[in-house]
Design a protein around this ligand. Structure first.
Ligand code: FPP
Length: 248
C-alpha cells in the first residue's frame, strides 16, 4: 500500500527564481567589456537549466532584464537584447530535446521586434513541453505589474488572492498562472530583491551568494537547494515543536 501511495503523490516541484547578478564585475575583473560578462552569463544560464530538473525544480524564473535596466548605456542594452534573441531562438531547438517550456514574462510593448519574434517563436515551439517551465523575465518590474493589476481590479468589489495572481500573470504576459516562489537565489553578493516577483516571493526562502553569475555552477545550484531543504518553512504557523508546548 505504502509503495503505491508513493507513486500517487509525486514530490512537489520547486519554483526557483534567480537574480543573476555580477556579470559586469566578473567582466571588469578580467579587463573585459560588460557585454563579455553577459555572454559568459548565458553559459551559466544553460548550466542552471540543464541541472534544474534533476534537483527537483519544476519552474525556473530568471531575471534577465529589469525595467530599470533601460537606464543603462544603450550599447549594453543592445548587447543584452542580442544575447536574449539568440538564446530564445537556439533554446527553442534545444528545449524540444529536453522537454523545456520557454516563456518570457514582463512588458512586451517596448522590446525590439526581432526579440519579440524570437520570444514568440520559442513560446510556440515549446508550448506543449511539460518538463521544466523556464520563464525569462524581460523588461520586468514587479511593482509595475502589481500596479497595473490593481488598476484592472479597481472596479471589482471582491478580489481573492487567486484572482489577483491570475490577473498578475496576464499583465506580465505569462502563459500560465505564476506560482509562489519557493526559493529565491541572488548571486553577486548583494542582498536585495530589486523589484523581482514581489507578490510571488511572499513566503520564498532567500539564498544569497557572493559567487558572480558567470561563475555559478550546477554545484552552486545544488548547494542552494540543499540549503532550502534544511529550512523550516512555517508560513506563519508556530514551529511544530513549540506548538505542543503552547497547547499544553
Ligand atoms: C546583472 O548583472 C545581470 C543582468 C542585468 C543581465 C543578466 C543577463 C544574462 C545573465 C544573460 C542573458 C540571459 C539569458 C536568460 C539568456 P550586472 O550586469 O548588473 O552585474 P554588476 O552588478 O556586476 O554590474
Amino acid at each position: 500500500m505504502r509503495e503505491s501511495t508513493l507513486y500517487l503523490v509525486p514530490p512537489k516541484q520547486l519554483h526557483v527564481a534567480i537574480l543573476m547578478d555580477g556579470n559586469g564585475r566578473w567582466a571588469a575583473a578580467r579587463g573585459l567589456p560588460r557585454s563579455a560578462g553577459h555572454r559568459a552569463g548565458v553559459e551559466a544560464v544553460r548550466r542552471a537549466v540543464h541541472a534544474a530538473p534533476s534537483l527537483g525544480i519544476g519552474t525556473l524564473t530568471l531575471f534577465a532584464f529589469s525595467s530599470s535596466n533601460w537606464q543603462r548605456d544603450p550599447q549594453e542594452v543592445g548587447a543584452l537584447f542580442g544575447l536574449l534573441e539568440k538564446f530564445f531562438f537556439s533554446e527553442a531547438f534545444r528545449a524540444q530535446e529536453h522537454d523545456v517550456r520557454i516563456s518570457a514574462i514582463g512588458r512586451r510593448d517596448r522590446l525590439p521586434s526581432t526579440l519579440l519574434s524570437a520570444i514568440e517563436a520559442a513560446e510556440t515551439a515549446t508550448a506543449q513541453n511539460d518538463g521544466l517551465d523556464l520563464r525569462i523575465a524581460v523588461d520586468y518590474s514587479a511593482r509595475e505589474a502589481m500596479l497595473r493589476t490593481a488598476c484592472w481590479m479597481i472596479s471589482s468589489t471582491e478580489v481573492t488572492q487567486r484572482e489577483f495572481s491570475r490577473r498578475l500573470a496576464e499583465v506580465t504576459h505569462s502563459p500560465a498562472e505564476s506560482s509562489d516562489v519557493d526559493l529565491l537565489i541572488r548571486t553577486g553578493g548583494e542582498q536585495r530583491l530589486s523589484d523581482f516577483l514581489l507578490w510571488e516571493c511572499a513566503y520564498a526562502e532567500l539564498h544569497f551568494t557572493d559567487r558572480m553569475w558567470p561563475d555559478f555552477t550546477s554545484a552552486d545550484l545544488e548547494l542552494a537547494i540543499r540549503d532550502f531543504h534544511a529550512r523550516d518553512r512555517r508560513f506563519g504557523a508556530a514551529p511544530a515543536a513549540l506548538a505542543n508546548v503552547t497547547a499544553s
